[in-house]
Design a protein around this ligand. Structure first.
Ligand code: FPP
Length: 243
């Protein structure tokens, strides 16, 4: 990354969380079905994953399907699921070859059995890789994740395995889907919308945000690199005062 202009901040963003928005608009603007936008979106996923090592990104977490996305038409939901399935099938050999660890976060109980088996197998086959930690959020919602954690804690308190005094930030973090991932440094959302849409609510407490007015299929490694440069100019204080 050409980061010589970055003087203010000290470190680069190692964990980037990506809200890949604007696939539908990209397609509609071209008079095409929304699914074509998602299909082109997968191409962007490939390019962005490929660019991470050169940009110094070690963790990339991508929001592919939210707990709310089930409300979309049957055609769009099954099309998205098929794209995810094909992505895993097509990419797995390359991910293994490039030392990329693939993981999934989100509810597992509502994902179709065949896709779930594919996800589990991909996780197992890449579990010893560490060049890039690629996490894909499927049927994921931050509120849903926290609700599942709270239910688990409530069960353990009822069973007297925990007391209320044991409930700490560290305990909650250790029970999130992302329990062994660092918190994101930077969240990027494409398409010009400026909201979090229930993505990694707990984990992004001190993340920096970048919103870019480009639909996801048009997002490029160059724009990504520029955003990472901007990140390095930020003064992250985590609630403390400037030095
Ligand atoms: C948001 O755009 C995008 C999604 C809901 C799906 C994102 C999925 C992919 C890019 C493909 C699969 C991903 C992987 C990791 C293989 P939108 O449909 O909400 O766009 P709109 O706001 O313009 O309608």
């Amino acid at each position: 990354m050409a980061n010589s202009r970055a003087v203010r901040g000290t470190t680069s963003a190692r964990h980037v969380a990506m809200i890949m928005d604007g696939n539908g608009r990209w397609a509609v603007e071209r008079g095409q079905p929304r699914l074509l936008g998602h299909k082109r979106g997968v191409e962007t996923v490939r390019e962005i994953v490929k660019s991470c090592p050169d940009l110094g990104v070690t963790h990339l977490t991508m929001f592919a399907f939210s707990t709310e996305n089930w409300k979309r038409s049957k055609t769009e939901v099954s099309g998205l699921m098929l794209l995810l399935r094909r992505y895993i099938q097509k990419e797995i050999a390359d991910l293994i070859d490039k030392g990329i660890r693939l993981r999934f976060i989100g509810r597992k109980d509502r994902v179709e059995k065949g896709l779930r088996a594919l996800m589990e197998s991909a996780e197992k086959r890449t579990e010893h890789n560490n060049k890039l930690h690629l996490t894909i959020a499927i049927d994921y919602g931050g509120r849903d994740e926290m609700t599942r954690v709270m239910q688990g804690i409530a069960v353990d308190i009822a069973a007297r395995k925990l007391t209320p005094a044991d409930v700490s930030e560290a305990l909650i973090s250790s029970r999130l889907d992302t329990f062994d991932l660092p918190d994101p440094d930077l969240v990027i959302r494409t398409s010009g919308e400026c909201r979090t849409s229930n993505f990694l609510l707990w984990q992004t407490a001190y993340a920096e945000y970048e919103f870019v007015d480009v639909n996801w299929p048009d997002f490029t490694p160059e724009i990504f690199g520029q955003m990472l440069e901007n990140f390095m100019l930020r003064d992250r204080r985590f609630g403390a005062v400037a030095k």
